[in-house]
Design a protein around this ligand. Structure first.
Ligand code: FE
Length: 131
């Protein structure tokens, strides 16, 4: 049995807001500083808004100044998957939830130590489970 969450396009439209659907299923990007978690410093675990999988923790969140919630590492090595995204004439690394395939954001090699990575994630793709 696959442990992935699969839904039809119609199924996703039915359970996500239009903003979430645009970001998570259509690879959209929310406007900078528009998302609710950009400046959030509350402690807890950020789970996938599509399937509830744990993706990031507040302990790895940092202030990137970009207007999107940013983390230097995912919660573990299997929660998120990466693919090369050549859209918009740029080569970027796209990040999505392994369990349900929903688009989360991108990862860039200009983050802080210890990883040097910056996971630039849409607030729309996340839900914070407070500690
Ligand atoms: Fe998910």
């Amino acid at each position: 049995m696959s442990n992935k969450t699969e839904k039809s396009d119609q199924g996703w439209q039915g359970c996500l807001s239009s903003e979430q659907y645009n970001v998570m299923r259509k690879h959209g990007t929310e406007r900078a500083f528009s998302g609710k978690y950009a400046d959030c410093k509350t402690e807890g675990i950020y789970v996938c808004a599509g399937c509830g999988e744990e993706l990031f923790t507040s302990e790895t969140k940092f202030d990137s100044g970009t207007g999107w919630p940013s983390y230097f590492q995912a919660i573990n090595e299997t929660a998120v998957e990466e693919t090369v995204d050549n859209a918009l004439g740029m080569s970027r690394t796209e990040v999505h939830c392994r369990k349900c395939g929903s688009h989360l954001g991108h990862v860039f090699p200009d983050g802080p130590q210890p990883t040097g990575l910056r996971y630039c994630i849409n607030s729309a793709s996340l839900k914070l489970d407070k500690k």
